[in-house]
Write a protein that binds this ligand. Sequence first.
Ligand SMILES: NC(=O)C1=CN([C@@H]2O[C@H](COP(=O)(O)OP(=O)(O)OC[C@H]3O[C@@H](n4cnc5c(N)ncnc54)[C@H](O)[C@@H]3O)[C@@H](O)[C@H]2O)[C@H](O)CC1
Ligand SMILES: [K+]
Length: 539
Amino acid sequence: MYVVNSDEMRNLDRYTIETIGIPANVLMENAGREVARRIETLFSRTVSADGPARWVILAGKGNNGGDGLVIARHLLEAGFEAEVVYAEAPERMASADAVAQRRIIERLGIPARVYGAEPLDWRAYDGIVDALLGVGAAGAPRGPYAALIREANASGLPIVAVDLPSGLDADTGAVHEPCIRAKLTVALAFLKRGLMQYPGADYAGQVVCAPIGIPAKLADELGVQTYVLNESVLRRILGVDPAMPRRQNTHKGTYGHALIAAGSRRMSGAALLSAKSALRAGCGLVTLAVPDRLLDSLIGQIPELMLAAVPDGGTGEWGSLGEGTTAPAASHDGSDAGPSERTIGAAEQALLSLAEGKQAMLIGPGMGRFPGDSAWLRAAWESVASPLVIDADALNMLADAQNFAAWPRRPSPTVLTPHPGEMARLAGVSTPEVQHDRIGLARRYAMKHGVTLVLKGARTVVATAAGSVYINVNGNPGMATGGSGDVLAGIIASLLAQGFTAEQAAGLGVYLHGAAGDRAQAQRRSTGSMLAGDIADML
Ligand SMILES: NC(=O)C1=CN([C@@H]2O[C@H](COP(=O)(O)OP(=O)(O)OC[C@H]3O[C@@H](n4cnc5c(N)ncnc54)[C@H](O)[C@@H]3O)[C@@H](O)[C@H]2O)[C@H](O)CC1
Ligand SMILES: [K+]
């Protein structure tokens, strides 16, 4: 359930060896035996009645290679044939523990050779163990490492990666050229971040985590704050029950009232999707505030929903503020604020008074952009007392606000739910830069701005202001469809209205959203035909 980066793994490793006193060679033995055991369970020991399956172990010069040598020994013991191919001359083994393993291999007479002397005949093998590079790798695989990776990938044989596929960046999930394409990756002691984000997750194949004797509680003690978002983490780390049981003696007021400011003439459906999802996620009441002209068209579409009209000058758009009062603008930095004062429109006043007495507010789905919107958002940012979810167009208002970093911290929770494009605008980087290190970027942004950040996309990342990160692993590509984000934003607002903290609401919300998406896929038996409304219906 813990996910570590390479620095954290090195610290855990060192602490276990030096402070706890478990010898490094014991960890290496455990690692090799655990990987061998997985191979024994998943792959046949025999190719025919009279011949054992033959595996080749590609061994690098570090401890990852040392693990590989232990694997060779255990595979032989289990009835496989095993052969070692060193990436570099064995005299160049970099660690004392790997050297010790090499001597054992030599004494046992296990066949071994150095890559490059003569061409490898890959047809002689039934499987490959990738023990070339582990968490000690730096940059793209070089020299014989790169050549071996290319040949292994081209062989078509099943590859089992030790700790992580060689060529994968353990910290980000970015892949170097070349990178092992594994069928199975056995992560040692803890999952590495790179295995949990794309494209790394694709190269890792099936991922299992094997215990090697490093006590899990050390991760907590050494400050690891990154987790896989599964039921056990929801319960034990976030302190929520995903079944959301209710006490008998409760009423709708117990579950909070959410206000959703959303929709415009061309995107009223986004507002309905958010509102429906908020209701389905369990809050007691939901009020949807829309530009006045839209209101009639929404009546009766969701009977449980309450509607509120915001003055729009007959346009059906936000921001047609109409007659307003004047407020000092000294604290406002929005690009449209006047030098000394700013007009508060009737729409803004209507919305702020609607927000009073609500337990959560969502701003953004289908809202569109309008002149002065960044300053408008800042007014909500400062005036709305309840927890706030900022989604979709409202995120772009935030991105366009001058000096968002200097906005005051909100006293109540704030959740931002960008997709990678919106995240790029918020952070002032390109979308590929966001995708290159989603966990790192999300965490830095959340900590810098004191918000809870939900960076959407396959393997959604939830990052908190305190530096915790949750990586979601459920959901499916059917959820890559218009309106899916509106559903998520509605769920999170609903959970906030019910009194969950921002961290709980974002984590549980992302998990429930993915679980509902998986149910929708199961019911439709297809990802292509899934609609966002199906996700809302499956909540
Ligand atoms: N989790 C644990 O506590 C244990 C992990 N084990 C295994 O050890 C590796 C990490 O071992 P380390 O020696 O630190 O590094 P590597 O084996 O990953 O390789 C480093 C080695 O390779 C050279 N090198 C680095 N980058 C490149 C490159 N781009 N191209 C070519 N060569 C490169 C570098 O010079 C080093 O010599 C961990 O993943 C586990 O598999 C322990 O066995 C048990 C305890
Ligand atoms: K490896």
